[in-house]
Design a protein around this ligand. Structure first.
Ligand code: PMP
Length: 348
């Protein structure tokens, strides 16, 4: 892979906006800061946040055994995905490959950025059709998006399929690991160094219980990170989010909460398996379950009428009559299980 050839022409020439304090270690020396037109009255938020998010990146880097130079943070992983498009894809010329049924934002971002989205459907087992994917590649294919564990199907992709794509595709491979902490699979981060074309995205929104903070994580080679840094908005992670995420990550509640969520997932699977209207429960490596039901629109409305919002995924390829249900608390699961018993008896 030649990274230089993959970068958008205007980005190659770009020098990044230099924010007021880029050259300084923020606020560690007793300087008088009159460089950024801030209000000098201290209230905990009168100063601009660290544009490089050094403290937060150091914690994330240590937890994941990478260097902080391998990390870019975004306002949710949706922002880092958008930055990838804007660095690497030339509008009205380039294309990307996505594997429906999958996370909808890749296609939305492709549309926003005027990039063709070549859809190569997953196979019946919701695994990548590797040969079809490689056949869809042409000289303008910049990125292949793999979501593993995949949303909305819940499964992880086979290692052999991912490895083959990483080895054979000369562009970038993005593996979206938003749900990796619910999975028994090992993160692709362990082989980040072996594949210069690999970008991994993760998020604090799911297992880490910080969706409200909007913090997405992108891991890649230093070279890829430094080009992405060229176009990153200077203060894209606000100060309160940085501070709160640092505190919460140090509390280390991840494994306890994940374990609890997985217990509830098993309970819900067991209850669903007793429901006549449920035709199939797809295996899940995530904090949601995809089920095929007799009539998704009817069942979706039935949930709504009983005060429960699930996601109707029937409009996605291979997902006819499918609902996606997120795993809630123990109490919420108990309520859903009681509700399911009444659904069983409901006349359609
Ligand atoms: N990737 C996947 C697969 C997702 O399901 C989601 C959220 N539903 C995201 C990325 C975005 O996560 P966030 O922007 O909250 O980090």
């Amino acid at each position: 892979m030649n990274l230089e050839n993959l970068i958008r022409e205007n980005v190659k020439k770009l020098s990044p906006y230099s924010s007021a304090r880029d050259e300084f270690e923020q606020f560690t020396k007793p300087m008088i800061y009159l460089d950024a037109n801030e209000n000098p009255f201290t209230n905990g938020m009168n100063r601009y946040p660290d544009p490089q998010q050094k403290e937060l990146k150091t914690i994330i880097a240590d937890k994941n055994n990478v260097q902080k130079e391998n990390i870019l943070l975004g306002n949710g992983s949706d922002e880092v995905l958008d930055l990838i498009f804007r660095v690497f894809c030339e509008p009205n010329r380039d294309n990307i490959i996505t594997l429906p049924p999958t996370y909808g934002m890749y296609g939305v971002l492709a549309n926003i950025n005027a990039i063709e989205n070549r859809e190569v459907f997953l196979n019946e087992e919701f695994q990548p059709n590797v040969d079809a994917i490689l056949n869809a590649v042409d000289s303008n294919t910049k990125i292949i998006f793999l979501c593993s564990p995949n949303n909305p199907t819940g499964n992880s992709f086979d290692d052999s399929a991912v490895i083959k794509i990483l080895n054979q595709f000369k562009g970038l491979v993005v593996i979206d690991e938003a749900y990796i902490d619910f999975s028994n699979e090992v993160s692709w981060l362990t082989v980040l160094k072996d594949f210069p074309n690999l970008i991994i995205t993760q998020t604090l929104s799911k297992a880490y219980a910080m969706a409200g903070l909007r913090i997405g994580i992108l891991y890649a080679s230093r070279e890829i990170i430094s080009v992405l840094n060229k176009i990153k908005p200077p203060y894209n992670i606000n100060g309160l989010s940085q501070e709160t995420a640092v505190k919460k990550l140090l509390q280390n509640t991840l494994s306890t909460q994940v374990r609890k969520i997985l217990v509830e997932r098993n309970k819900l699977i067991e209850a669903l398996s007793k429901c006549e209207f449920v035709e199939k429960i797809y295996p899940s490596d995530a904090n949601f379950i995809l089920i095929k039901v007799d009539d998704a629109n009817f069942r979706y409305q039935q949930f709504i009428d009983n005060g429960v919002v699930v996601r109707n995924r029937s409009n996605q390829p291979l997902c006819e009559n499918c609902l996606r249900i997120s795993i809630g608390t123990k109490e919420e699961t108990e309520q859903i299980i009681e509700l399911l018993k009444t659904f069983n008896n409901a006349e359609k």
